[in-house]
Design a protein around this ligand. Structure first.
Ligand SMILES: [Zn+2]
Length: 698
C-alpha cells in the first residue's frame, strides 16, 4: 500500500516538473477536489495570489460596469461566486500558515497582507458597484427574493457600509491607509507571539527537579531534550502540553513559577518582539477606523453586526456570570490555602500554585486523578468516539482515506457520508504540536460548500490541534481538557460539513462571531456523559472500557474548579471589551491599562487572566475576535440551553431533537438571523440558567 502511494506521488511530482506548472492554476485533479498539498511549494503562492487578485478585479469591474440594470443575479450572486482562484490560494495558504508555516511563508504573509487589504478596499470602496447594491437594497422587498437571497443582499449592503462605501473620497483614502497599517500590525503581533513561544526552552538537568511529575511527562520532556541536542536532560516549553503538567504535578515550586511566568510574559519583554508598542499601534488604528465609520468605539463598530449587537448587552451578560464565578473562585482559593497551610510551610497561594493544589484537592475531594484517566483517552479512540457520536445523532459515516495528499505526515483524511451514502464532505485531522504550528486548536475550511447550477459542492474541512504527542512506547493519551478540545473542534467541523446553503459566503461556519462557538461548545456537553464515554474511553493497554465508578467520579467532579476557569475566561473577556471601549487615540501604557482593567472588574490576585495583553492573539492578531472574546460565554448560554433540549427528553441521542438541531441550525449557516434559528429550534429564547447550573454557579 505504501509503495503504491509513493509511486503515485512521484508520478504527480514528475508531471509537475515537466510542465513547470503552478498547481493553483489548474483544476485540482485529486478526488473530492482536494488541494495537491504534495505539489504546492512556497514559490507557487505569490504568482497565484497576484493572478487571483487580477482575475477577481476583472470580475468585479465587469459586475460594476455592466450596462444592464442591476439584478440580484447579475450583482449580488455574481459577486458571491466571484474570486475562485483567490479563494483557492488563500484557503491553502492561510491553513498552512497557521498549521505548518516556515520562514518563506512568513515573508509571503508580510508581502501579501497589504496587497490583499488594498484589493479588499478596491472591492468595498468601488462606487459604481455600491451604487448597484444600493439600488437593489432600496427596492429589496419588491425583488421577489427568497429569505436567503434577501439576507445576502442585506449582508452585502451592510458590509459595504461598514467597509466605508458611503464615505467621501478623502475619508476613503484615509481608511485604505488604516486598513493596510492595521493588517501589518496584527500580523506582527501574531508573529511576535509565535517567535516568543518557539524561542523559549527551559532545560532541566537535575532529575530531582522533576519530583512529582508522572513518568509520561518526564519521558516527553526527555525526548524533547534529545531532539534539541540535549540528551540526558529534560526540556520544557511554553506550549501548554509541555508546561501545564508541570503546573499540575511539579513539586518544585520555583520551576512552576518560572514556566508560568515564561508563558504569561511572552512578547512582554523590552526587546524586538515586544507587543506593547504593537498594541498601541493596533488600538490607535482601530479607534480611528471606528470613528471614521461613525461609531464611538471599536466595540460599537464590531458588535453592530453580531447577535449581541451592543457593548451594553455584552457587559450585562458578562456580569451575570462574573459575579457568581468570582465568589466561587474565592471559595476555591480558601480551600487551596487550607491545603497549603496543612503542609506547614507558611506559603501563600500564588498563581503558580493553583493547578498544583487544585489537582491535590481534586484527588482528596473526588478521589479523581487526571493522570489515572489519561490511559483511557487514547487520541485515536477519542476521535473514533466523536465519529460514533455524529453517527448516533445524525447518521454520519466516516471512512479513512489513505491516498490523499497531505501537507504533513501527521495529517489524516476522512470521507464523511450521510446515512444514505451521499457525500457530506472531507475532514482532515492534524493533531500534534510542531514548530511552525500556532498554539491552540482550530477548525478551518479548505473548500467552502455552495450550490451552483444544480450541483451541491461539498466542503473540505480541517481540524487542527496541539495535543499530547505519542512517545516511543506510549500512544497519544489526552488530558480531560484535550478531550474537550477535540470534541469542540469536531463540533465546528460538523457545522462546516453539514451545511446546505446556496451562497458560499453564508455557508457553514460563516455566521456571526457570537453564534459560531455554539455548535462547537454544544458538542462538549456530550464528552463526559457515560453513554458517550462507553464508546471511546478504552484503556490503551487492556482495551477495557473505563470502569463505571471512574465515570461516576468524572461526573461528580464536573463542577470542580469552575470558579477558577470562569474567572480566568471572563477576565479576558472584560479586558478585551475594556480595550475596545477606548475613545482616545493617543499612546498609553499597556501594562497600566491591563492592571486598571483587572482591578476595576475585581480580579483576585491568585488568578492570572487567561490571556494577558501581549499574547492575546484572539483579539490582536486579527480583527476577528476583537471585542468578541465574550462570544465564548454568549455561545455557552446557547449551547447549555440547547443540550437541555436533549436532556429534557431523557435521551441525549433523541432523534427528533437531533434532526431538528441539524436541520434548523447546523445546515443553515448564515442563511437566517441566528436568534431566529435558535428560537425556531428551541421554541423559546435562550435561558442562562442551564449554563449557571452546569458550571456549578447556581
Ligand atoms: Zn471554537
Amino acid at each position: 500500500m505504501k509503495k503504491l502511494l509513493l509511486t503515485l506521488t512521484m508520478g504527480l511530482l514528475l508531471m509537475g516538473c515537466a510542465k513547470n506548472d503552478n498547481p493553483f492554476f489548474e483544476t485540482y485533479k485529486n478526488k473530492y477536489g482536494a488541494p495537491p498539498f504534495d505539489q504546492i511549494k512556497n514559490e507557487h503562492y505569490m504568482p497565484a495570489f497576484k493572478e487571483g487578485i487580477k482575475q477577481h478585479q476583472a470580475e468585479i469591474d465587469a459586475i460594476a460596469n455592466n450596462s444592464e440594470a442591476p439584478t440580484f443575479d447579475n450583482t449580488i450572486a455574481a459577486l458571491d461566486f466571484s474570486g475562485d482562484l483567490l479563494k483557492k490560494v488563500s484557503s491553502v495558504f492561510y491553513n498552512l500558515y497557521s498549521a505548518d508555516t516556515n520562514e518563506g511563508m512568513d515573508k509571503i504573509a508580510n508581502e501579501i497582507s497589504p496587497i490583499l487589504s488594498e484589493h479588499n478596499d478596491n472591492l468595498y470602496l468601488n462606487e459604481k458597484l455600491f451604487a448597484r447594491i444600493q439600488t437593489l437594497f432600496d427596492k429589496k422587498d419588491s425583488l421577489g427574493l427568497n429569505d436567503e437571497q434577501l439576507r445576502l443582499l442585506e449582508k452585502y449592503h451592510r458590509d459595504f457600509i461598514r467597509s466605508g462605501a458611503a464615505l467621501n473620497p478623502d475619508q476613503k483614502e484615509k481608511l485604505r491607509q488604516i486598513n493596510k497599517d492595521l493588517g501589518l500590525a496584527e500580523l506582527a503581533f501574531g508573529q511576535n507571539v509565535l517567535d516568543e513561544t518557539n524561542s523559549y526552552k527551559k532545560i532541566v538537568d537535575k532529575e530531582s527537579d522533576l519530583a512529582g511529575l508522572p513518568e509520561s511527562v518526564r519521558q516527553a520532556a526527555a525526548e524533547a531534550a534529545k531532539e534539541a541536542g540535549e540528551e540526558g536532560k529534560w526540556l520544557f516549553t511554553t506550549q501548554k502540553s509541555s508546561f501545564i503538567p508541570v503546573l499540575q504535578y511539579g513539586e518544585n515550586r520555583e520551576l512552576r513559577k518560572e514556566l508560568l511566568m515564561a508563558y504569561t510574559t511572552r512578547a512582554d519583554h523590552n526587546n524586538a518582539k515586544d507587543n506593547k508598542p504593537v498594541i498601541n499601534k493596533i488600538m490607535k488604528l482601530r479607534t480611528q477606523k471606528a470613528q471614521l465609520l461613525g461609531f464611538d468605539t471599536w466595540a460599537d463598530y464590531k458588535l453592530d453586526d453580531t447577535m449581541a449587537k451592543t457593548p451594553k448587552a455584552v457587559y450585562d451578560l458578562l456580569e451575570q456570570v462574573w459575579i457568581p464565578a468570582v465568589a466561587k473562585a474565592k471559595e476555591e482559593a480558601a480551600d487551596l490555602q487550607k491545603l497549603m497551610d496543612a503542609e506547614g510551610k507558611g506559603e501563600k497561594l500564588e498563581p503558580w500554585d493553583w493547578w498544583y493544589y487544585s489537582e491535590k484537592l481534586r484527588k482528596a475531594k473526588y478521589d479523581l486523578d487526571e493522570e489515572a484517566l489519561k490511559p483511557y483517552f487514547k487520541l485515536e479512540n477519542v476521535r473514533k468516539g466523536v465519529f460514533e457520536l455524529a453517527s448516533k445523532l445524525y447518521g454520519l459515516k466516516f471512512e479513512k482515506l489513505d491516498s490523499m495528499p497531505v501537507y504533513n505526515p501527521d495529517v489524516e483524511v476522512f470521507k464523511v457520508t450521510d446515512a444514505n451514502d451521499s457525500l457530506i464532505g472531507i475532514l482532515y485531522t492534524d493533531y500534534f504540536p510542531r514548530a511552525g504550528k500556532r498554539a491552540g486548536a482550530w477548525m478551518n475550511n479548505i473548500v467552502d460548500q455552495y450550490k451552483k447550477e444544480g450541483i451541491n459542492h461539498r466542503p473540505i474541512i480541517c481540524n487542527v490541534g496541539n495535543f499530547t504527542k505519542p512517545t516511543k512506547d506510549k500512544p497519544s493519551l489526552l488530558s480531560m481538557d484535550e478531550v474537550e478540545t477535540l470534541f469542540h473542534e469536531f463540533g465546528h467541523a460538523l457545522h462546516g460539513l453539514l451545511t446546505q446553503c446556496t451562497y458560499p459566503s453564508m455557508s457553514g461556519t460563516n455566521v456571526a462571531r457570537d453564534f459560531v462557538e455554539m455548535p462547537s461548545q454544544f458538542m462538549e456537553n456530550f464528552c463526559w456523559e457515560p453513554e458517550v464515554m462507553k464508546t471511546y474511553a478504552f484503556h490503551f493497554k487492556t482495551g477495557e472500557v473505563m470502569p463505571k465508578e471512574l465515570m461516576d467520579k468524572i461526573q461528580k467532579a464536573g463542577t470542580f474548579n469552575q470558579g477558577f476557569i470562569n474567572t480566568e475566561l471572563l477576565a479576558a473577556s472584560f479586558l478585551d471589551m475594556d480595550y475596545h471601549m477606548r475613545k482616545d487615540t493617543t499612546n498609553f501604557d499597556v501594562t497600566a491599562f491591563e492592571n486598571a482593567s483587572l482591578a476595576k472588574m475585581g480580579m483576585i490576585p491568585q488568578i492570572i487572566v487567561r490571556y494577558r495583553s501581549t499574547y492575546f492573539n484572539h483579539i490582536f492578531s486579527s480583527d476577528e475576535y476583537s471585542a468578541g472574546y465574550y462570544s465564548y460565554t454568549w455561545a455557552a448560554v446557547l449551547d447549555a440551553d440547547a443540550f437541555q433540549a436533549f436532556k429534557e427528553t431523557g435521551d441525549i441521542f433523541n432523534q427528533k431533537v437531533a434532526t431538528d438541531f441539524r436541520k434548523k441550525i447546523l445546515e443553515r449557516g448564515d442563511s437566517e438571523d441566528p436568534m431566529k434559528l435558535y428560537r425556531d429550534f428551541r421554541g423559546a429564547d435562550p435561558n442562562p440558567d442551564a449554563l449557571l447550573i452546569k458550571r456549578g454557579l447556581k
